[in-house]
Ligand binder design. Structure first.
Ligand code: ATP
Ligand code: MG
Length: 380
């Protein structure tokens, strides 16, 4: 069986196009190792695989960034057979049965074919109309039959499956997501994958028991997110070193100081491992730690690009996206995170200067180094 894959945004990428397409091909091959064949032709990809793999191909292509739409093709070698096969496939189609109107759209890549596109479309349409007694409607058809003419070869299909669009993961670079296990940071990670980044994860755990973390939703969420990329790394870092020192600071400031700590830590790790940016699930004004002042205090002194892709979203929009990408159920599972230890009533109006003075007081660089020496890496 064959499928055709269309990439939309990539086709706008000018000179770099081949690079993006190659990456898309690699990503598809990695996710569908059983493909018999994959090749590029006329700004499309053609995939061949055995019939019993159709369902898994459909599911998988629906989760690969860089694809605008795809379709499963029926292939025939002559024009008479094309008409016959279309009629017989239509009589099996439930969607077509429900439709009151239809249209035939023909593309002719082989221009020497004896009939032009319009002639082919109308000829097929009239045969369909005669057999099924449905209305032809070029503008608002309920059902479309797509026909494609090549040299000594015809394809047709009835359904276009929507892809996720975006850019192929890995084509833009790799970034490090500060991952809390809540609803927001997984969605933020997803949005960066959509823009072509491979995303690895950095998590600070509060309960000093690795088995607890390994069996928690953190691992589950990362596995789910990996449906959209091939593999990723998770850096697990104990929170306890920061926690001990933070006792030196008034409780209502420890949240913002914690945010300063994890960002500076992320910067150090990113420098060592070559990440192009940090990503957080921050959202302006959502919780007390996310006032304009507190976000400002947290990021002061950061020497790396920081993405906060959810900054302008409403909570309901984030929840909607989380459900859509299949992360919500896992994200609301019980888990004892750092926020369950940190002050529930953080100061809402801090200044970068004040937080810097606390950072100095607890010797933040030393805390970072100590925590850094205790990183554990997991590969997914
Ligand atoms: P989320 O739903 O992602 O937990 P949130 O709305 O609960 O976000 P916070 O808990 O204040 O907000 O966290 C804001 C961001 O800080 C998170 O999205 C995440 O990027 C980062 N973060 C918070 N806690 C941790 C942690 N324990 N480890 C790594 N990153 C964290
Ligand atoms: Mg949270």
């Amino acid at each position: 069986m064959k499928a055709v894959v269309h990439y939309s945004e990539i086709s706008l990428k000018g000179k770099n196009k081949q690079y993006f397409v190659d990456r898309l091909i690699t990503n598809i091959k990695e996710k569908l190792p059983f493909l018999e064949h994959i090749h590029k032709k006329e700004n499309r990809l053609f995939l061949s695989f055995s019939d019993d793999k159709k369902e898994i191909v459909q599911k998988t292509l629906g989760k690969i960034f860089g694809i605008s739409w795809f379709a499963f093709l029926t292939e025939v070698t002559n024009y008479e057979e094309l008409k016959k096969r279309i009629l017989s496939e239509l009589s099996k189609s439930r969607e077509f049965e429900k439709a009151t109107s239809f249209r035939v759209l023909t593309r002719r890549s082989y221009k020497q074919f004896e009939k032009n596109s319009l002639e082919i479309s109308s000829e097929i349409a009239y045969e369909i109309k005669n057999k099924f007694n449905k209305k032809i409607d070029l503008k608002n058809a309920d059902f479309t039959i797509y026909v494609w003419v090549l040299k000594d070869l015809f394809y047709f299909f009835f359904e276009k499956h929507r892809g996720l669009d975006g850019l192929p993961v890995g084509s833009v670079g790799k970034v490090l997501c500060l991952f809390s296990g809540g609803i927001d940071s997984p969605v933020a990670a997803y949005l960066l994958m959509k823009r072509g980044c491979r995303v690895d994860f950095l998590h600070f755990y509060a309960i000093d028991d690795l088995d607890y973390v390994k069996n928690s939703k953190i691992f589950e969420q990362i596995k789910l997110l990996n449906h959209y990329q091939k593999h990723s790394k998770l850096y697990l870092v104990p929170y306890k070193f920061f926690n001990q020192r933070s006792l030196l600071v008034p409780e209502r400031y420890d949240m913002v100081l914690f945010r300063r700590f994890i960002l500076k830590f992320g910067e150090k790790l990113a420098e060592k491992e070559g990440y192009g940016a940090l990503v957080t699930g921050d959202n302006l004004g959502q919780v007390a730690s996310q006032t304009l002042e507190n976000l400002n205090s947290a990021v002061r002194g950061l020497n790396i690009l920081l993405f906060q892709p959810l900054i302008g979203f409403n909570k309901q929009e984030i929840i909607g996206l989380s459900k859509q990408i299949g992360l919500f159920e896992a994200s609301i599972k019980e888990y004892k995170d750092c926020c369950s230890i940190i002050s529930k009533k953080p100061a809402t109006k801090t200044t970068p200067k004040l937080i810097s003075s606390f950072a100095e007081k607890i010797n933040l660089d030393e805390v970072i180094q100590q925590s850094f020496d205790n990183i554990q890496v997991f590969k997914f």
